[in-house]
Design a protein around this ligand. Structure first.
Ligand SMILES: Cc1cc2nc3c(=O)[nH]c(=O)nc-3n(C[C@H](O)[C@H](O)[C@H](O)COP(=O)(O)OP(=O)(O)OC[C@H]3O[C@@H](n4cnc5c(N)ncnc54)[C@H](O)[C@@H]3O)c2cc1C
Length: 492
């Protein structure tokens, strides 16, 4: 999610002050561009060099890396030129699946690789390991980069190999924040979910689990608890805020979702933090002690309390950092010429709101990857102009009585006008100085969802009294559509 030089919105166990979903620490001025790529040294390859393709080296192997590979192929710049260095042992995949269809019970056709390799989420060809081979892209699987030497234009790996690059794209994403070991954060039975190996361990543990406690009322907590509810286990979600998704949802929006979770037998305990994860006689977690003095029985705990950008070893090598991430300009240049950062790990200028931010969202991973590659190989010169977008889909397992699917575009600032009864639709419009700034929609049609980015991007003046008296989501969207139309007429 978005972290306006801020903490991630993927929180759960940390109380965050109420603020825009776009983040806590606003920076009023967009920093000047980081120096542009101008110096590219002649590569000197060493005998111990591990990679064959040296022109563009991508460190990562996640969502952004997969979409960067796609963009290199689409621009005819992949074959023999691109190398992906991936810590995971699998080709890039659509990470959001891990807390959605991947967690369906085994009898409900859970998603498994190779089904969700990139770029299926972005509407592209499925990039299996063979796809990379066919396109002449080298992928070094199971390879962790541990060192960067900017002067030598080389990376080192945990096994001591050297990787040379001409241009380097850092796409290392985030790592799940952990609860401290001293309060039981590393006990057996305590799960964190960032990659497919974590998801496999969780699925294996769910087979014999009875009482599941999910820590965190943000994205991860809500998606995991909704998925686990289909396993018919005893599930409780705990978090310190007043309602779920506090950075984005209003109390009313949150109340609708909380009600739905309760109907699905997911218990919710708010405004409590974890004091300790308790260990049973066998060394496995057997309880969660809370600040209200109660202890919940648990044989499986899933922690979803946010994530941190993976910046080592790049900051140590001298790249400029920003709020714990790698600082880039609107073309994804870092402070070092020829080195770029994209996806979750990059702090970039959010042009539309004239401030800087970091985003933990797959839409940004895809778009930042494409933009960076196009600037590298096509000479694209326009700065990245991202429109914040968040979505979630839960309770989608086959047989679910009520699936939910929401999208949000823009910024949740100003007055919020909410319309609908959540049966199934619901809409919310954030309005500042008479103009639409952010818009949320649950259970819209494809056509209705398509209206949201237009509203958030164009920020039309809207008839607030009419919106407030709208008797249905459809009517409210019609009013918004008319506002867009009037804005168009005014600008023609
Ligand atoms: C469980 C889960 C569910 C999510 N659900 C949603 C959702 O519903 N919607 C949404 O928009 N976003 C969602 N997100 C966020 C989204 O997946 C991320 O924003 C996106 O994956 C970021 O892409 P990335 O390439 O920057 O990082 P990642 O996809 O995390 O990829 C980074 C890769 O780099 C590798 N790596 C790290 N360090 C090194 C190193 N030193 N050497 C080599 N490789 C390294 C990692 O192993 C990883 O494979 C979810 C995230 C998670 C974890």
């Amino acid at each position: 999610m978005m972290a306006g030089l801020s903490r991630t919105v993927f929180t759960g166990g940390v109380v965050a002050p109420r603020t825009s979903v776009l983040g806590l620490f606003r920076v009023s001025k967009v920093a000047g561009p980081v120096s542009k790529c101008s110096r590219v040294k002649t590569l000197v390859t060493s005998a111990a060099q591990k990679n064959t393709n040296t022109e563009y080296v991508i460190v990562g192997g996640g969502n952004a890396a997969g979409y960067a590979a796609k963009a290199f192929v689409e621009n005819g710049a992949a074959e023999g030129k691109v190398c992906i260095v991936a810590k995971e042992n699998v080709a890039p995949y659509e990470r959001p699946a891990l807390t959605k269809a991947y967690l369906f019970p085994v009898d409900k056709s859970p998603a498994r690789l190779p089904g969700f390799h990139t770029s299926v989420g972005g509407g592209g060809e499925r990039q299996t390991p063979d796809w990379y081979k066919e396109k002449g892209i080298e992928v070094l699987y199971g390879t962790e980069v541990t060192g960067l030497d900017i002067d030598k234009q080389s990376l080192t790996t945990s096994s001591g190999d050297t990787i040379s690059y001409n241009k380097l794209i850092i796409a290392t994403g985030c790592t799940a924040s952990r609860l401290p070991e001293k309060i039981g954060g590393s006990l057996r039975g305590v799960h964190y979910i960032r990659d497919v190996a974590d998801a496999d361990q969780l699925v294996a543990a769910l087979q014999s689990a009875k009482k599941v406690v999910v820590i965190g009322g943000g994205y991860i907590g809500l998606e995991v608890s909704a998925a686990v509810s289909a396993w018919k286990l005893d599930v409780t979600v705990v978090f310190p805020e007043q309602h779920v998704m506090p950075r984005l949802f209003t109390p009313t929006i949150a109340a609708h979702y909380e009600e739905l979770y309760k109907k699905n037998n997911v218990k919710i305990i708010k405004e409590v933090s974890v004091v300790k994860l308790k260990s049973g006689a066998n060394g496995e977690v057997d309880g969660v002690e809370l600040t209200d003095g109660t202890t919940l029985d648990a044989d499986l705990v899933v922690v979803g309390v946010g994530a941190r950008p993976v910046v080592a070893p790049f900051l140590d090598a001298g790249l400029k950092s920003e709020a714990g991430a790698i600082e880039v300009d609107g073309m994804f240049n870092t402070s070092s010429p020829g080195v770029y950062a994209i996806g979750d790990v990059a702090a970039f200028p959010l042009k539309i709101y004239d401030r800087r931010t970091r985003v933990e969202h797959v839409d940004h991973a895809r778009k930042s990857a494409t933009h960076c590659v196009e600037s590298l190989v096509k000479g694209k010169t326009e700065a990245y102009d991202y429109l914040p977008f968040f979505y979630s889909r839960v309770f989608e397992a086959p047989g679910s009585e009520r699936k939910v699917w929401w999208q949000f575009y823009g910024d949740n600032v100003g007055e919020c006008v909410e319309v609908g009864n959540f049966d199934p639709k619901y809409a919310a419009f954030w309005i500042e100085s008479g103009r639409v700034k952010g818009v949320f929609l649950e259970s819209g049609s494809a056509e209705e969802f398509a209206l949201l980015p237009k509203l958030a991007r164009q920020q039309p003046a809207i008839d607030i009294p009419a919106l407030k008296s709208a008797d249905s989501v459809e009517t409210a969207l019609q009013i918004a559509q008319e506002a867009l139309g009037k804005q168009k007429v005014a600008t023609v």
